[in-house]
Ligand binder design. Structure first.
Ligand SMILES: [Fe+2]
Length: 247
């Protein structure tokens, strides 16, 4: 009889993408999921949001995560075995999230890069300062026919007072991928605000979860019930290329 007084539960917002190109669910190779069971749990939560294809992006970072096929392949095999055991046939492959550092320069020179389909590549800046050679690197990639995507531009605070730099980088052919977690406010108010400004400025090409762990999934679950999420997803649906760029 008291149902009348119960607050109506909100339907979660639908994600504006089904292909995630940025998450850390290859087990035990970076600061993301530590083991195959945890990875499969995270993937099941992603599927609950409507993710149907995952191109995982293990870190490749000098000194901390110098991943090679010798580390990635067996880890991905363990994950596929766990997914098979659960009768889960989601499409999971891998590329990488390349930190722009000396190791990246070496791998680029050796033509030893794990590209996303259609010759895209996911790169990230250092968090303290912009890489000194970013413009040259974007050019060098483009000369090789590789299309660079900058991971989470909204997380680099050194751009906040130089919004024009975002525009200049984007105009040079560097695509931008914002994080769902930034829109959720999981890193802070500034990251959320800048992500929204990038959307308003027409500078967002891709979105990713950047999922590392269960607490990230909790934050996304909570976010998807908000009116903010509905607004963001409606805005982004027409501009992100997650489901068209990698076919
Ligand atoms: Fe990441």
């Amino acid at each position: 009889m008291f149902d009348f007084f119960k607050k109506k539960s909100k339907e979660p917002a639908e994600l504006c993408f089904a292909t995630d190109i940025h998450c850390h669910i290859v087990p035990g190779v970076d600061d993301g999921s530590p083991d195959a069971a945890t990875s499969a749990d995270l993937i099941e939560r992603m599927q609950g949001w409507g993710i149907r294809r995952i191109i995982a992006s293990p870190h490749v970072t000098q000194y901390t995560f110098e991943n090679t096929l010798d580390t990635i392949r067996p880890a991905l095999d363990r994950l596929h075995q766990e997914l098979d055991r659960r009768n889960n046939d989601i499409d999971v492959s891998h590329s990488a999230e390349y930190r722009i550092d000396e190791l990246f320069g070496e791998r680029l020179a050796a033509n030893d890069l794990w590209l996303l389909p259609n010759k895209h590549i996911l790169i990230e800046n250092a968090f303290m300062q912009e890489p000194w050679n970013l413009d040259q690197l974007v050019f060098d990639l483009q000369v090789r026919g590789i299309k660079p995507i900058l991971a989470h531009p909204e997380r680099y605070s050194y751009y906040y007072k130089h919004f024009d730099r975002y525009k200049a980088l984007h105009d040079s052919g560097l695509s931008f991928q914002i994080n769902l977690l930034s829109l959720a406010g999981a890193y802070g108010k500034a990251e959320k605000k800048i992500a929204e400004q990038l959307i308003d400025g027409g500078l967002v090409d891709f979105i990713g979860t950047d999922l590392h762990k269960a607490s990230h999934a909790d934050a996304i679950d909570a976010y998807l019930t908000t009116s903010d999420a509905r607004k963001h997803m409606d805005r982004l649906r027409s501009c992100v290329c997650n489901d068209t760029a990698f076919v």
